[in-house]
Write a protein of this length. Structure first.
Length: 592
């Protein structure tokens, strides 16, 4: 489950229409309410017509439509490498045959691999939302999904012959139908303005030829979503996701490319950074690249560490969040790390963890993992997971588990894979009475290392990405790609920036070694990848003091310097001479 760090209120202060209300007109094509009516008509036809003698009938049928109106801009060296606007539409059909007690889904659907089935070849919907062609797409997808559901039903039956599926309870929860229809915001992304800004700002890298593959980029999506079910749910929503990023690489003297980046995750046009803030982001990347070029490689480390809030949020996501997703407790292929630990202490007193998709901000910062209604038509709820350090519950979709027979609104997917319980906004909060200041935590870190007889302690300020394994076949580990880590020498207090290391650990051990927390809460955003595809998420956490972590060398390959400098920095010399001048280094005496 690699995670790469891709809602606030309905943007533009949209509010849900009253029951029976209509969504506003999209920019072009049929109205949102007309689209929903066409889907309802095809749904009714399918409910009536999906009958095969001597075979189970559908008891649940859901139609979903996603339309993503996107802009992608990428600039480098004063040029636009990408300048695209796209519309992408797709349908999703969810069919359950049999009954709520026993149906076609086995192992929570974690091993379904929807992309390998024939139905995955027929997901496309008309970009202009032509109603007749939309119904054709739903009709075709329904027939394929129905055939697959029948096959899965008998495979599930066959599994009962040779196995005791001890963790299965009922197949699908009862939930009240939801009517939630909100208007669309027709405000367009200012593509031309953004393109001009990025092109102009990217010229700054012409003055820094030592920076390889510099990029300024903006990715912006309007996700419009329709859902109707045979239970009576009707949902229309729209969300915006905007990411502005600056990134670049430098080649170190030992031949390793190291990366620095700054990323802004936004939910509305009003939150876009201005020109001055974009300039500061470039300054920060250039300064960090210069620091990384001088940083020391590190093969390994073990000892105490202080994780700033962003890094701590990533650790909670990987070590804890994926392991409390409900489907993992009914799948034969999962280890169920926390299945039998409800009521047990897994963190120090004073720490709470909950997942709340209804929370839209942390301070002034919007949260990417916010949403109102999940992909099964269930209103999002706050799920209390840990209270005062004690495990209390899990994230649930409409797949029941032994500990829960209802959804808490966390059923999510990417529009292609099957729906399962996923994180939205995973938030760790510490009791103010027990929280320590950042300076006190740094002092505690060094004191702890000294008591352990260590020569160094680690200060992890940012993690770029993480991944974990939850399957019973694999080792129960997680790791994080460290973007900013410093070793503090215990005897002198000297800070040394290091590179080429990853944080690794096992989930229970890592959580048990949290001994203090505090400092400022920080957020981490991005797309989380798991069995149900990539979904936008956020994490929030205070800083964590951990008594022992292990860092290992990340996989690196040594490269030689380019034989020529970049064309825009070629002074007429060749080879290393041009390269050294480009980097601003003094040429050794006698070198030609």
């Amino acid at each position: 489950m690699p995670d790469r760090p891709d809602q606030a209120r309905p943007f533009a202060d949209s509010q849900p229409a009253a029951e029976g209300g209509a969504a506003s007109e999209p920019q072009d094509g049929p109205s949102a309410s007309t689209v929903l009516a066409a889907m309802e008509a095809e749904l009714a036809r399918s409910v009536e017509g999906l009958k095969v003698p001597a075979n189970p009938r559908p008891y649940y049928l859901a139609y979903a439509l996603r339309r993503i109106r996107g802009v992608e801009l990428v600039a480098a060296h004063g040029s636009l490498l990408r300048n695209r606007a796209t519309d992408r539409s797709s349908v999703f059909v969810d069919i359950r045959v049999g009954s709520r007690r026993f149906d076609n889904l086995v192992d929570g659907g974690l091993d379904a691999e929807a992309t390998e089935r024939e139905s995955a070849d027929w997901l496309a919907a008309p970009d202009d939302l032509d109603l007749d062609e939309l119904r054709v797409a739903l009709w075709k997808q329904t027939q394929l999904k129905f055939d697959e559901a029948i096959e899965d039903y008998y495979e599930h039956r066959k599994a009962l012959v040779s196995e005791y599926l001890r963790d299965e309870v009922e197949a699908f929860s009862h939930e009240r139908p939801t009517i939630y229809i909100e208007p669309f915001d027709a405000t367009e992304f200012p593509r031309a303005l953004w393109a001009d800004t990025l092109r102009e700002l990217s010229r700054r890298f012409l003055e820094h030829p030592q920076v390889h593959d510099p990029r300024l980029s903006i990715r912006a999506d309007r996700l419009q979503r329709w859902l109707c079910t045979n239970e009576g749910s009707r949902v229309v929503t729209e969300d915006r996701y905007i990411e502005f990023s600056v990134e670049g690489w430098v080649l170190t003297d030992d031949g390793v490319y190291v990366e620095a980046d700054r990323r802004f995750y936004l939910r509305s046009l009003d939150e876009m950074p201005d020109r001055e803030a974009m300039d500061r982001a470039i300054d920060d990347v250039l300064a960090e690249l210069e620091e990384l070029a001088r940083a020391e490689p590190c093969s390994s480390f073990i000892g105490p560490a202080l994780l700033a809030g962003q890094a701590a949020a990533t650790v909670f996501h990987e070590a804890f969040g994926h392991r409390v997703e409900g489907e993992r407790f009914v799948s034969r292929g999962e280890t169920r790390t926390f299945a039998h630990k409800v009521g047990q202490r897994i963190l120090p007193p004073g720490l709470d963890i909950y997942d709340d998709p209804t929370r839209t901000h942390v301070g002034e910062e919007s949260l990417w993992g916010s949403y109102r209604i999940d992909d099964q038509g269930v209103p999002a709820e706050r799920a209390n997971l840990v209270e005062d350090g004690v495990l209390q519950g899990f994230l649930t979709s409409r797949t029941p588990t032994r500990s829960s027979h209802r959804s808490n609104g966390h059923g999510r997917h990417d529009g292609v894979e099957g729906i399962m319980a996923r994180m939205g906004n995973l938030i760790a909060e510490g009791s103010p009475e027990r929280a320590r200041s950042w300076d006190d935590l740094v002092t505690d870190l060094v004191d702890l290392a000294r008591r352990q007889g260590r020569t160094h302690a680690a200060l992890v300020r940012r993690i770029r990405a993480g991944e974990t394994s939850t399957g019973s076949y694999d080792f129960q580990v997680f790791k994080g790609e460290l973007a900013d880590v410093v070793l503090i020498e215990v005897s002198t207090g000297k800070h040394t920036r290091i590179r080429d290391v990853e944080l690794i650990g096992t989930p229970l051990s890592a959580l048990q070694r949290v001994i203090a927390y505090g400092g400022a809460d920080e957020a981490d955003h991005g797309f989380c990848f798991a069995e149900s595809g990539a979904v936008p998420v956020s994490g929030v956490s205070p800083a964590l003091l951990i008594s022992e972590v292990e860092l290992q060398q990340s996989s690196t390959t040594a490269f030689h310097e380019p034989l020529l400098p970049p064309p825009f920095a070629d002074d007429g010399s060749r080879g290393r001479r041009g390269r050294l001048r480009a980097r601003g280094r003094r040429r050794p005496r006698g070198e030609t």
